[in-house]
Design a binder for this molecule. Structure first.
Ligand SMILES: Nc1ncnc2c1ncn2[C@@H]1O[C@H](COP(=O)(O)OP(=O)(O)OP(=O)(O)O)[C@@H](O)[C@H]1O
Length: 577
């Protein structure tokens, strides 16, 4: 059987060598590639009509045998084998449904290997992609550019509670209409031609999904794929709401804690309405419960440092032990050491016969509050530091060291850091005392506290003096406008005076006069400079007396010495109660 010439050029163009034979195994055709192959292998005696075995010693006998089989005669058979250098494939040659011979196609093994390798890596890639597709814990849908589902992965089957077969080949539009999902991100992506994310509720599984659809475009810019990623956020939402519940529970606990603390504060007679004070006292309680050492209370005179120190002691594990307080500004330098550390009998002239236990010893396992610690003499600072470091001290004139067991809380209204810079306070002691600094704001910066303190102390002094005095909002306005240089102490003292001395039941006028004294200057009777100075001095002293209870406090408030204050009070005939 010959091959029509019009097909020969096709067969000559293929990369395979093709040799055909008739039923007697005689060569009927060789394409150009076959001739090149045979020539290259020294078999250039090829020609149509010769025995196929002469040029194809391995393939031809197999073809001869194969043509005897029923399979080949039906046109179904196929033999693939390998010669020395070539792979060959034998298939039946059919003409009008009848076997007319066989076709042997030959190929170099490298070419097969090349194809096989390509096929292999292609298979591996497909397998990898399939594994990734199925292993993803997110659901994945792939749709074509018309919205027809091409595939969905296992996670998506589970999340949606469906079988892949029920959706593959269907359009998402019909899936939405069937009620399987409430909306489709694919339709949105096809409409907007960009990535879209939506929240989806799956009725069947009662799941909340965060669904993102991403379009893929062909070279012409048309969408040819939509890849949809479904993330199950049901658990995430549950976690979120658990977290919110926990936060709410924590806030409630915090409120209860604050409530508990408010009770503590009430019992300690402490008013703390402002956020700043509540925060400060919460920290104070924490430090107290930890029995922390190195608490330094900072704040202007009269802000409540001593009160805070007592509060810390009362909340510490030392609450049942003594709380002792020493005002470092009140003691002469010569007596300070003995007062603090105690002395042995006859340690110095004037020392008690039997000796004396110092405050550190008296405080035992309790708390010693060093008020006005900035006034501590430098010599005593060195000894106190040693005592704090080594937890033992030597009483004045003593030979044996004693154990220090008490905790120290210090307070000051001075700028200790500045004092350190000016070498008036030891740097090492400053750091020793200042591990936890608690700064109490001045009263003028906490208006809420002013109102609360005012009503608290009016109640206290009404009870104490058997009165029923009261104030109106006018007083609150007066208080709010006033700077309270003496802080809470000034407020307490003025209320005490008002309740005790004012005649009327309403105290507004009293406070107005006390805090805004009239500045009357008679025009007919001009005052001399000295008279005017005296008048102002009296006014300043009166106001300081309201704020302070000792001449030392007044001296500090007015920035002068205590003897000057004593002299001036005497000059004006004033006395501090
Ligand atoms: N938050 C408060 N609640 C109730 N009373 C307070 C409060 N703060 C201070 N006080 C009262 O104000 C007065 C002065 O307080 P405290 O002696 O503690 O101040 P301080 O800062 O230690 O003063 P100083 O620096 O002059 O020693 C006291 O009578 C105290 O009870």
């Amino acid at each position: 059987m010959s091959i029509p010439a019009r097909y020969q050029h096709i067969l000559d163009s293929v990369s395979y060598a093709v040799v055909t034979m008739d039923l007697n195994c005689r060569v009927t055709y060789l394409n150009e590639r076959a001739k090149v192959f045979l020539k290259g292998r020294g078999r250039d005696h090829y020609r149509v009509g010769i025995e196929a075995e002469a040029i194809l010693p391995l393939a031809a006998p197999q073809a001869r045998k194969a043509m005897q089989t029923e399979e080949f005669q039906r046109g179904d058979g196929r033999i693939v084998d390998r010669g020395d250098e070539l792979f060959f494939e034998i298939t039946p040659l059919m003409a009008d449904g009848v076997m007319a011979g066989a076709v042997v196609s030959l190929q170099r093994p490298e070419r097969f290997e090349e194809l096989a390798t390509k096929l292999d890596s292609h298979r591996r890639l497909v397998k990898q992609l399939q594994t990734i597709f199925d292993a993803s814990s997110d659901g994945i849908w792939v749709c074509d550019g018309d919205g027809t589902v091409i595939s969905i992965n296992r996670a998506s089957e589970q999340i949606n509670g469906i079988r892949a077969e029920s959706v593959i080949g269907r359009n998402v539009d019909t899936i939405v209409h069937s009620g399987m999902v409430d909306r489709s991100v694919t339709l949105e992506v096809l409409r907007c031609k960009e990535q879209v994310s939506i929240m989806q509720h799956i009725k069947r599984t009662d799941k909340e999904l965060l669904v993102t659809g991403t379009p893929a475009f062909d070279e012409k810019g048309a969408i040819n794929l939509v890849v949809v990623n479904e993330r199950d956020v049901t658990d995430l939402n549950r976690l979120k709401s658990n977290l919110e519940n926990m936060t709410r529970a924590k806030e409630k606990a915090q409120d209860e804690l604050t409530g508990f603390m408010m009770l503590e504060l009430e019992q300690a007679g402490i008013v703390a309405e402002s956020k700043a004070m509540r925060k400060l006292l919460t920290t104070a309680v924490k430090l107290a419960q930890l029995d922390a050492s190195g608490i330094l209370l900072l704040g202007e005179s009269g802000t409540g440092k001593s009160l805070a120190a007592k509060f810390i002691h009362k909340n510490s594990p030392r609450r049942d032990k003594p709380f002792l307080s020493i005002n470092c500004a009140a003691l002469p330098e010569s007596l300070f050491e003995a007062e603090l550390f105690g002395h042995e009998k006859g340690a110095f002239t004037g020392a008690a016969e039997r000796g004396k236990i110092g405050l550190i010893g008296l405080a035992g396992e309790g708390t010693l509050f060093l008020d006005e610690v900035g006034e501590l003499p430098l010599a005593v600072q060195a000894k106190l530091l040693k005592c704090l470091d080594e937890k033992e001290y030597l009483p004045v004139g003593g030979r044996t060291y004693k154990k220090m067991q008490c905790s120290i809380i210090a307070a000051t209204n001075r700028d200790l850091e500045l004092m350190v810079q000016k070498r008036r306070f030891r740097e090492d002691l400053f750091y020793r005392l200042n591990t936890f600094a608690l700064s109490i704001p001045p009263l003028r910066e906490r208006v809420e506290d002013i109102f609360e303190l005012a009503s608290h102390y009016i109640k206290v002094y009404n009870e104490k003096y058997g009165q029923s005095k009261r104030i109106t909002t006018r007083t609150l306005d007066i208080f709010q406008a006033y700077a309270f240089p003496g802080n809470v102490r000034e407020l307490v003292n003025i209320i005490k005076k008002g309740v005790a001395l004012h005649d009327g039941e309403v105290l507004d006028d009293f406070f107005e006069d006390a805090l805004h004294p009239p500045h009357k200057v008679s025009s007919t009777h001009e005052l001399s400079l000295n008279q005017e100075l005296d008048r102002t001095e009296r006014m300043v002293l009166q106001r300081a007396m309201t704020a302070c209870s000792t001449t030392r406090q007044m001296a500090r408030l007015l920035g002068t010495s205590q003897p000057t204050i004593v002299r001036k009070l005497k000059k004006h005939g004033f006395s501090l109660q």
